[in-house]
Design a binder for this molecule. Structure first.
Ligand code: UDX
Ligand code: ADP
Length: 477
């Protein structure tokens, strides 16, 4: 008989766990959803009265939290208790790329997943369905199952038994709530049909039957890596064509529109930008590379590695061309950076192109004013990871600083005072509405605008007397 799920525990209250559980709670009022995390500070933020203080920014999220928190949605650090009570446990913890040891720089570090699996083994009671939700390398479910069944932390008196499912997350940050409410598909991989149907029935509360796909567990794990690899490959492809456009006088927007009308190619995900970021693309491709090498498929590994290499080259290419356009030197020059998150509508900065580009510019001696509507200065400080003195804390320091530093810009109009260039790195809507006539008057001349997202009006910039470079556009200059 298919068990009905009454109590869900999600381990990991991050960008995946938080929004996913909020939507499950909203759509399944009869299920109690407990989200647990070892990071007490993060949990406090999830519980904050002021919904502007939630630890992650996602359009539509605060409204759901307001509806469900304290009713059937709870955030706590009580990992043991909530594992004990749960009949379904989602593992949604971080799985960054390993920095040392075997597979360093490519394989995912599964230490947090392993800790979780051991905790589940120790505390779970009766039959529990464990769902892997974190982005994981293929065969992780097998590792989890092995730990659950054989761990010596397992307590005999708990009579615990387990099924493990893979249910990869396809939400994109910035549109996570919509992606969860109206997914293209939900993928469930597993061995036990009964467990698959138990999770299927949770999603059936709001997702149509035909959109819920069942596969074996490895296909499900590999499908997640493959989806992200294909998407990332599209970005590297269009960015590579953008470089050719700049060299030849073509315009990548026109090329994208022309190829996008081919129904086999499709028009989405063809915007040339400063290079892909986010926590998934690079990590997932590197997992594929690791897997391919492991199985002796060197050509396959090289093929996918090229996507990441192109992305990294592309980011540095943008820094280099900024230096070139500013007469070959930016030492002591002031540059305004608009946007630090890896895309609009999120405060997430993981793998953001802005990190690489800002570091390059600071290394070349520029003094940056960095603005972002949702990323705070502590996060930027952490990401840039520079010597302490390079973070200028006061405007007075900014005026007298000679080279290689940055300051956080609270007020966007302040960002343009005396700068030689403005660089748009994130496609925040507010940046597309700037008044370039006013901005131009504040800047040092000749002033440059580098639009790495193609979101500002080329006409307005040029009419205001500024020089413009736009990603993939060889038709200006
Ligand atoms: C991605 C996948 O889309 C999602 O399905 C998966 O679950 C997690 O990884 P996410 O990283 O949140 O989601 O963002 P996405 O919208 O895919 O963008 C990734 C990067 O590509 C961003 O840096 C974005 O700016 C860039 N991008 C995207 C482009 O440069 N051009 C585009 O046309 C689309
Ligand atoms: P993602 O984008 O995959 O959601 P995040 O880093 O945003 O990744 O979130 C992962 C969360 O998992 C973090 O808040 C982290 O504190 C939490 N976490 C990691 N290990 C454990 C664990 N053993 N028990 C509970 N929470 C954990």
């Amino acid at each position: 008989m298919i068990p009905s799920i009454n109590n869900i525990c999600c381990i990991g209250a991050g960008y995946v766990g938080g929004p996913t559980m909020s939507v499950i709670a909203e759509k399944c009022p009869e299920i109690t959803v407990n989200v647990v995390d070892i990071n007490a500070n993060r949990i406090d933020l999830w519980n904050s009265k002021d919904l502007n203080n939630l630890p992650i920014y996602e359009p539509g999220l605060a409204k759901i939290i307001k509806n469900c928190r304290g009713k059937n949605l709870h955030f706590s650090t009580n990992v043991e208790k909530e594992i004990k009570n749960a009949d379904m446990i989602f593992i949604s913890v971080n799985t960054p790329t390993k920095t040392k040891g075997i597979g360093a720089g490519k394989a995912s570090d599964l230490k947090w997943v392993e800790v979780c699996a051991r905790e589940v083994a120790k505390y779970a009671t009766g039959h529990t369905i464990v769902v892997e939700k974190s982005t994981l390398p293929v065969k992780t479910a097998e590792v989890i199952k092995n730990i659950l069944e054989n761990s010596n932390e397992k307590q005999e008196e708990n009579n615990s038994t387990f099924d493990v499912l893979s249910n990869p997350e396809f939400l994109a940050e910035g549109s996570a709530i919509n992606d969860l409410l109206d997914p293209d598909r939900v993928l469930i991989g597993g061995e036990s049909n009964i467990a698959i149907m138990a999770l299927h029935n949770v999603y059936r509360n709001w997702v149509a039957n035909e959109k819920i796909l069942h596969t074996n567990i490895w296909s499900s794990e590999l499908a997640k890596l493959t989806a992200n690899a294909f998407l990332a490959q599209r970005i590297s492809s269009i960015n590579s064509i953008g470089a050719i456009c700049e060299a030849t006088g073509a315009d990548v927007r026109e090329v994208a529109r022309a190829i996008g009308t081919d129904s086999r190619i499709g028009s989405k995900f063809l915007d040339s930008g400063p290079g892909f970021g986010g926590s998934c693309f690079k990590k997932d491709i590197l997992n594929l590379v690791y897997l391919s090498n492991y199985f002796g498929l060197r050509e396959v590994a090289n093929f996918w590695e090229g996507v990441v290499q192109l992305n990294s080259w592309h980011q540095h290419r943008i820094s280099e061309l900024i230096v070139k356009k500013l007469f070959g030197t930016i030492t002591g020059k002031k540059i305004s950076i608009l946007g630090f998150s890896f895309k609009a509508n999120t405060n997430d900065t993981r793998e953001s192109a802005a990190i690489t580009i800002c570091r390059d510019l600071i290394e070349e001696g520029a003094i940056l004013k960095i603005h972002d509507p949702k990323v705070n200065k502590y996060q930027i400080e952490d990401d840039l990871n520079l010597e302490e003195h390079s973070h200028l804390l006061s405007k007075d320091n900014f005026k007298i600083q000679r080279d290689g530093a940055w300051i956080f810009s609270e007020d966007i109009m302040d960002s343009f005072e005396e700068v030689d260039a403005v660089v748009v790195l994130t496609e925040w809507f507010e940046y597309s509405k700037l008044n370039w006539e006013i901005i131009s008057k504040k800047m040092r001349k000749p002033g440059w605008v580098f639009d790495a997202r193609s979101i500002i009006s080329a006409k307005d910039v040029i009419n205001s007397g500024l020089k413009l470079w736009r990603i993939g556009d060889g038709s200006i200059d």
